[in-house]
Design a protein around this ligand. Structure first.
Ligand SMILES: C[S@@+](CC[C@H](N)C(=O)[O-])C[C@H]1O[C@@H](n2cnc3c(N)ncnc32)[C@H](O)[C@@H]1O
Length: 218
């Protein structure tokens, strides 16, 4: 942890006990703690979500549940967050974190490939109208697939709703010359280009941590 991050974290509101537990367990029980949203960005997305005042949130990429809990903290009593995760080995850890946060009643974990799950959610929301559209979608899964996630979620966000995508600065690789040609960098770069050229939205990239693309569906 560098000094500036320590200063920023030390001068932002502290994380809850449940989030501290999730963060610690992520370090102990997984090899990918780098993927965690973490206290500063977690606080930021929670406060941003509170300002949006959503009733329905969708998250793509649960990992150990840190950002899901942050976002669920912004929900009203009857609100719901659906969170999609492909790795079923994380399930026990995720569910224990949700339970400890006291928000387990508002969070629905859906295990499986998000692209398949999204196809089902699209059917329920658009064709059968058995579910309401989302007020906020948080994209934080496979960087190669960001353009596909954007296409799949766009119609199931209500007009005036928001999409928030993490890691869009991708360590500066999208503007390196020449740009690295790995599939993750290409995915992020294509996603940012798609959003910037999309007349159906208003968007801004916020340089918090690895970058958040904050997108409003007009
Ligand atoms: C960066 S982590 C998410 C971090 C999490 N949002 C947090 O703040 O702690 C990305 C997660 O997306 C999951 N993932 C990757 N591809 C996926 C897919 N096609 N469907 C669902 N989940 C996927 C990974 O297994 C991983 O747990």
């Amino acid at each position: 942890m560098d000094i500036s991050y320590r200063y920023i974290a030390g001068h932002s509101s502290p994380q809850t006990e449940a989030l501290e537990w999730i963060e610690k367990q992520t370090h102990i029980r997984t090899n990918h703690s780098r993927m965690l949203t973490g206290p500063v960005q977690g606080r930021f997305i929670k406060m941003l979500a509170q300002a949006i005042n959503p009733e329905r949130i969708l998250e793509i990429g649960t990992f150990t549940g840190y950002s899901a809990v942050c976002l669920a903290m912004a929900l009203p009593e009857n609100g719901q967050l659906d969170t999609l995760e492909i790795n079923d080995e994380l399930e026990d850890l995720i569910l224990e974190g949700f339970r400890r946060s006291g928000l387990d009643g508002k969070i629905n974990l859906i295990t499986g490939d998000a692209k398949k799950t999204l196809a089902g959610l699209r059917r329920e929301i658009l064709a059968e109208r058995s579910r309401p559209a989302y007020d906020l979608v948080y994209i934080d899964a496979n960087k190669r697939e960001y353009p596909e996630y954007y296409d799949l979620v766009f119609d199931i966000v209500r007009p005036g709703g928001y999409i928030l995508a993490d890691n869009v600065l991708w360590d500066g690789k999208p503007w390196q010359q020449p740009m690295p040609e790995d599939r993750q960098t290409l995915g992020i770069s294509r996603f940012n280009d798609m959003v910037a050229g999309d007349r159906r939205v208003e968007s801004v990239i916020i340089p918090v941590r690895d970058g958040l693309n904050f997108i409003k569906k007009l």
